[in-house]
Design a protein around this ligand. Structure first.
Ligand code: GDP
Length: 298
């Protein structure tokens, strides 16, 4: 968790100082709850999660008969853990072979980088991985993936100027023929408001399903933590269009808006499979609610 703490240092710095002020001493009273509300809102937890946490903390305080501000921390940690706990779910890699994982997200969210990190991670679990260069709009994305594949001895299925659905279809066919365990399919960045691009990614999904029944088994939305609670809107829009099975929250290391996880948990609780807390391969890690809460407060 030291690495996680370092990765969350911006959120920790900001929240930690404010919490230290809150939990420092004195009585638990309405002023303190008001201050707590302000702190949760500045951490980008959003109105709904903040209200929910405040109500939950009040209940815990009254049940436990807490009086002193220093005791508030434990109640808040427990409330937050209850809220975000349901987001913690391991990715089930056994349920199909090949398991087809499709990535979605806006430009620059970290899709291509996360695919490289995930491929490495799956290889350490002795899985045979194949990549589909489904971002057919940006030559750079295709090159980035190809380079990554060469360095790590992973096949990358790609087509120059091709169509994303066709690339993914070919990749799945190749994966079946080669007894690959996991297909990671990149897709072009898009905003949920770009309706023609949303239609394109829906088509990728349909065509994956033609290549292999039940595919794509996972549709993961990659989110940049810097957008804070706006992540909720993005999650809802992509989920409504595609039916997401999981989330990856990247760049938590670069932001103090780590509270967005609470907002997502409150408003669209889709499993948060991985969080990104830095640039290296090890910095994409399975999400642990307990570790996350501990890293924020301790
Ligand atoms: P894509 O357009 O969604 O494929 O985004 P990329 O994978 O190209 O990533 C955009 C930038 O974000 C790159 O410079 C990555 O190195 C960077 N990046 C991705 N994930 C993380 C992370 O968890 N932490 C940090 N600090 N940078 C990240």
């Amino acid at each position: 968790t030291e690495r996680l703490k370092a990765g969350l240092s911006k959120t920790r710095d900001k929240l930690g100082k404010q919490f230290a002020g809150l939990f420092g001493g004195g009585k638990i009273d309405e002023d303190l709850y008001e201050e707590l509300e302000a702190v949760l809102l500045t951490a980008d937890m959003g109105v709904s999660a903040t209200q929910h946490l405040l109500d939950d903390v009040r209940k815990r305080v009254s049940l436990r008969g807490l009086k002193d501000a220093s005791e508030l921390k434990g109640a808040l940690k427990d409330a937050l853990l209850d809220l975000i706990g349901p987001l913690e779910k391991p990715l089930d890699l056994q349920r199909a072979a090949p398991l087809v994982i499709m990535m979605a997200g806006v430009n620059g969210a970290g899709k291509t980088t996360s695919i490289g990190k995930l491929a490495k991670y799956f290889q350490t679990l002795d899985k045979r991985v194949l990549l589909a260069a489904g971002d057919t709009f940006r030559a750079a994305a295709r090159e980035q993936l190809a380079e990554w594949g060469t360095r790590n001895n992973v096949t990358v299925v790609s087509q120059q100027g091709g169509d994303a659905a066709a690339v993914c279809y070919d990749a799945i066919q190749a994966a079946i023929a080669r007894k690959i365990d996991i297909v990671l399919a990149d897709t072009a960045g898009r905003l949920p408001t770009q309706l023609h691009l949303m239609e394109e990614i829906k088509k990728v999904k349909r065509v994956c399903n033609k290549a292999l029944p039940d595919a794509p088994h996972e549709i993961l939305l990659v989110l940049d933590a810097n957008i804070g609670q706006n992540a909720v809107q993005q999650v809802k829009a992509f989920d409504d269009a595609l039916g997401l099975t999981g989330l990856i929250l990247t760049k938590l290391d670069g932001t103090a808006k780590g509270g967005a996880i609470a907002a997502i948990a409150r408003e669209r609780p889709i499993p948060m499979y991985f969080i990104g807390v830095g640039e290296t391969l090890d910095d994409l890690r399975p999400f642990s609610a307990r570790d996350y809460v501990d890293a924020l407060f301790d």
